[in-house]
Write a protein that binds this ligand. Structure first.
Ligand code: FAD
Length: 502
């Protein structure tokens, strides 16, 4: 017991998929009513809450349940670890403005105004033919979100802690079980609508590297690019070293640049880069044209072609069935990186000098060798080779299956939700979780957990905003908030411009 309330859920409650008011009241756990709950408190929650506030919903009607105090906290931590510090540029365009659904003034416009330089405007005018796409600096995005959370009253809505489960309510709506950060007594929120945006459940390590780490208890020399691995760069600043990088997406590009920058600043570092799937030339797809490919990498400016956000690819995907959607998403997405001249030039330069070496093949074995570091045995096109490195950086990705997320697994086992062909949550075009409805109540989801559905770039700033718009429109159709017409939109934009509360 904590105070007058009970802490723990009874086993008979956990075993029941549907709870009623009497059951919850008799449990002795504190019960709070709120019409709308968003779970996660990250960028996905922020976009939905921002749109709801613009749609006239008061802070008292919204509860944000998350485990970080800032919506960009988890994002920033992952970005920093994967070598995107505040001053580096991200991988989204000038109009993917997180703090403003209107996209104007764009990040490029704001940067031009702040620095009193025309460069960013020239870039957006001439991209992508005469210049590379404009992309904002990470710090600019964080600062703009900071201003918006103050404007919309984020901290009036945010409760810090962990959401344990979402249970359907027999009378309609849901019970959301929450463990607050500041004390142990649980709270159950009784609500009509739930939105879930919990991001990635964890860091994914390649199977062979995971096995090596466990077997040899080697935690600091073999790392995932998304975890803090600053010890590697510090060690390389002190003594010569060889690093093996695995993966060929955007994170691999960032890690390679970081290592080669350090090498080019005078440190004796050699970078070995192992490709499992080497892209030697352009990649033709049946429905999405040809993608540039060379020197091992598949290149495209953003993680999907621009038409996937709001053009013909978006419409095409929406009109396909599950398998067709999965095929199109795989063709247009998959592992790719941005074609930045600074990166490709540096790789070329270092390749010529022998400080960047490419290898192709499947890993057969990894083991430590006394005095040589870590040996990776690779079965390549010309037979078996062994490469020794002081460090291995796995830049292949994050864990994304719903099975790795306790809350979503429970939503599938007890809440009526189901998995799609990507092993993520099956959602409708307005991002309602299929099968989890309770008549008057709905569960919505956005972000990485909805990949494989009617929209491809779900895990992007603009994708999260697109999902937010669909969700908020659907909520308005169900009597929660007002639909955003031209007049409301215009008046809200002026309020945004003057930094006034919505
Ligand atoms: C390194 C990196 C760089 C990226 N760069 C770009 C880019 O340049 N441009 C772009 O458009 N997109 C980018 N993305 C993609 C996307 O914008 C981000 O993944 C974004 O953070 C997704 O928002 P989200 O809310 O889904 O997840 P997050 O922002 O991760 O938020 C989810 C939150 O939910 C919390 N949570 C999880 N479970 C629970 C629970 N049970 N109870 C309470 N809280 C919980 C998590 O701790 C986390 O804080 C990038 C992604 C990564 C990883």
């Amino acid at each position: 017991m904590s105070g007058q309330f009970v802490d723990q859920l009874r086993q008979d409650m956990i075993d029941q998929a549907v709870w009623n008011d009497q059951l919850v009241q008799q449990s002795g756990i504190q019960l709070i009513d709120t019409p709308f709950v968003t779970v996660g408190g990250g960028i996905g929650s922020f976009t939905v809450v921002d749109y709801l506030r613009l749609a006239g919903v008061h802070t008292s009607q919204i509860t944000v349940l998350g485990n970080q105090d800032k919506p960009y906290a988890t994002y920033k931590a992952l970005a920093n670890n994967s070598q995107i510090p505040d001053y580096e540029r991200l991988r989204s365009d000038a109009g993917s403005v997180l703090d403003s659904p209107w996209g104007f003034p764009s990040y490029a416009f704001r940067e031009a105004a702040a620095t009193k330089k025309l460069g960013p405007l020239w870039t957006v005018l001439t991209e992508p033919i005469f210049s590379e796409y404009y992309t904002p600096q990470a710090a600019q995005v964080y600062q703009s979100v900071e201003r918006e959370i103050a404007r919309i009253g984020w901290y009036e809505m945010l409760k810090l802690g962990q959401v344990r489960m979402i249970r359907r309510r027999a009378e309609g709506g849901y019970f959301v079980v929450f463990t607050p950060k500041d004390h142990n007594a649980r709270i159950i929120y009784r609500t009509r609508f739930v939105h879930v945006a919990v991001g990635y459940p964890g860091i994914k390590m390649l199977q062979d590297l995971q096995e090596y780490k466990v077997k040899h208890k080697d935690l600091s020399r073999v790392v995932n690019a998304y975890e803090d691995h600053s010890q590697i760069y510090s060690a390389l600043a002190q003594r010569p070293g060889r690093v093996l990088v695995r993966g060929s997406g955007i994170v691999a590009s960032r890690v390679l640049q970081r290592l080669l920058d350090q090498h080019e600043s005078g440190r004796p570092i050699q970078v070995l880069h192992l490709f499992r799937n080497y892209v030697a030339g352009p990649q033709k797809t049946p429905s999405a044209g040809t993608r540039t490919g060379k020197n091992g990498f598949a290149y495209q400016a953003f993680n999907y072609p621009k038409a996937a956000w709001g053009g013909q690819l978006k419409d095409q995907l929406l009109n396909l069935h599950e398998q067709g959607r999965a095929d199109l998403i795989r063709q247009t997405g998959g592992t790719n990186t941005a074609p930045r001249a600074s990166w490709t030039d540096q790789l070329h330069r270092c390749q010529q000098q022998g400080s960047y070496v490419q290898l192709i093949g499947q890993v057969k074995d990894i083991h430590p060798v006394e005095g040589q570091g870590i040996r990776t045995v690779v079965e390549g096109p010309n037979g078996q080779i062994s490469v020794d490195a002081d460090f291995i950086i796995d830049a292949t990705g994050l864990e994304a299956g719903v099975d790795r997320d306790r809350l979503l697994t429970d939503l599938i086992n007890s809440g009526g939700a189901r998995k799609n062909t990507f092993g993520r949550l099956q959602v409708t075009p307005n991002f309602e979780v299929e099968g989890a409805g309770t008549g008057v109540g709905k569960v919505y989801a956005s972000g990485a957990m909805t990949l494989g559905g009617p929209y491809a770039p779900v895990d992007s700033f603009l994708g999260l905003q697109y999902a937010a718009q669909q969700i908020v429109d659907d909520l308005a159709a169900n009597g929660f908030g007002q639909r955003m017409g031209p007049l409301r939109s215009m008046s809200q934009w002026f309020k945004w411009l003057r930094n006034q509360q919505p």
